[in-house]
Design a binder for this molecule. Structure first.
Ligand SMILES: Cc1ncc(COP(=O)(O)O)c(C=O)c1O
Length: 409
């Protein structure tokens, strides 16, 4: 698709996203067998019905306030901004301060409440960095549902603190030793378990990916981030930021932030992917930057693929970003020109991780550090007075040992 001119952009953005079949332009949908399509439709129906009820909205709002600690604050990172030349201001939306340490709890609670409402007997989830796993284990403990988390062996070794937390919270942890032993294989494994009894199990997908209704549903739950941020920024500054920036793995924290700003065309929306340790096969996971449209895991989107359309191996220093596809709404926003996507490598990510820690006393997640790295680079080159709002999607406790080893601290 060609980039839309501004007048058309307004019209495109006014269309329902997604349409009734779960499409965002040519992306999304339900590329699943008929039996599963019926189950996905029943989840969509239950979600659309329940989200209109006051009881559900009140329960979620109450949990966001008293359990998660919302609204998360916006913080002006003064010393970091100075370090980047001082003419642009970098603001952080502090999702790292949420209960369980990341944005993932926003959708985990919504999904757990829905599973409970639908009378499901077990929640299954995949996890990369362990944040979605911890959030799901937490939400399941809260609503009283058994929870099974699938996680690649490599990620288990890297994200030890989160692995321990999931166990303490009562989840069953399934170690996945096939393929690349990271996120994509964890999804495959979780999906196989789900298919044993999809009528009674609930597969709580951890990002804005998968067949409809998940990209819509997870986005809706995460959109609290952007709603708050827009209001908070206006209250603080009387105007909107010039940029809103978020890292993109599957794309949930980015969609959560972007959704409230979609129609504010003066606000540039930037998603940041990992260019890892090089542009060769299996060296990065910058799907929107280097991929092309394809279908996997039940939906159509940009995808890193080989000539046969099979997913390529991917890599990122941040376990939560190494996925060979991406949320279908991001693919659409890229094509119509409403959002732009850039890639930052491991080295820039580590530098941003250390800079935020040492200039602000905030240790960010490696995932979020990609967004921060792009914002720091943009701040150095920006016009004076530019305001950049970064979604600090999670805290770096889970990454502290890994980084300390890597940098021999
Ligand atoms: C802190 C943090 N940020 C971002 C992500 C990436 O997910 P998404 O792109 O869905 O926000 C993860 C995934 O685990 C994460 O833990």
């Amino acid at each position: 698709m060609n980039k839309a001119p501004e007048t058309d952009l307004h019209a495109l953005l006014d269309q329902p996203m997604p349409d009734r079949d779960g499409h965002f332009g040519p992306y999304g949908g339900q590329a699943v067998p008929p039996q599963l399509k019926a189950i996905m439709d029943s989840i969509a129906e239950a979600y659309l019905a329940i989200r209109e009820t006051q009881a559900y909205q009140d329960e979620l709002a109450e949990l966001y306030t008293h359990y998660v600690g919302r609204p998360s604050p916006i913080y002006l990172a003064r010393r970091l901004s100075e370090h980047c030349g001082g003419h642009a201001e970098i603001y952080l939306k502090r999702e790292d301060l949420n209960h369980t340490g990341a944005h993932k709890i926003n959708h985990a609670l919504g999904e757990a409440l829905l599973a409970k409402h639908m009378g499901k007997t077990k929640v299954i989830a995949e996890t990369g960095a362990g944040q979605h796993g911890v959030a799901m284990a937490t939400a399941c403990a809260l609503v009283g549902l058994p929870c099974e988390i699938h996680m690649g062996e490599i990620d288990i070794a890297k994200e030890h603190p989160n692995v321990v937390k999931m166990k303490i919270l009562g989840a069953t942890l399934i170690s996945v030793d096939r393929g690349t032993r990271t996120l994509k294989d964890a999804v495959d494994s979780a999906f196989e378990e789900y298919m044993k009894d999809p009528d009674n199990f609930f597969y709580a997908i951890g990002s804005v990916v998968g067949p409809h209704p998940f990209p819509m549903m997870v986005r809706d739950f995460q959109s609290v981030v952007g709603r708050e941020a827009r209001e908070q920024f206006l209250a603080m500054k009387g105007e909107l930021p010039d940029y809103v920036v978020a890292c993109v793995g599957g794309g949930s924290n980015a969609m959560g932030l972007f959704t409230a700003f979609l129609h504010d065309l003066d606000v540039k929306m930037v998603g940041v992917e990992p260019s890892g340790r090089g542009l060769g096969l299996g060296e990065h996971a910058a799907t929107l930057t280097y991929g092309k449209p394809g279908t996997m895991h039940g939906f159509h989107s940009y995808m890193l693929q080989d000539d046969e359309g099979q997913p390529q191996p991917v890599y990122s220093i941040a376990s939560g970003l190494d996925y060979p596809s991406v949320g279908p709404q991001h693919s659409y926003l890229k094509d119509i020109g409403r959002a732009e996507y850039h890639a930052m490598d491991d080295e820039a990510c580590l530098k941003a991780f250390m800079d935020l820690s040492r200039f602000e006393g905030i240790i960010p997640a490696l995932e979020s550090s990609h967004a921060l790295a792009w914002a720091m680079q943009a701040a150095r080159e920006a016009e004076p007075g530019t305001r950049i709002l970064v979604n600090l999607s999670g805290r770096g406790d889970k990454d502290a040992d890994f980084v300390a080893d890597k940098l021999a601290l």
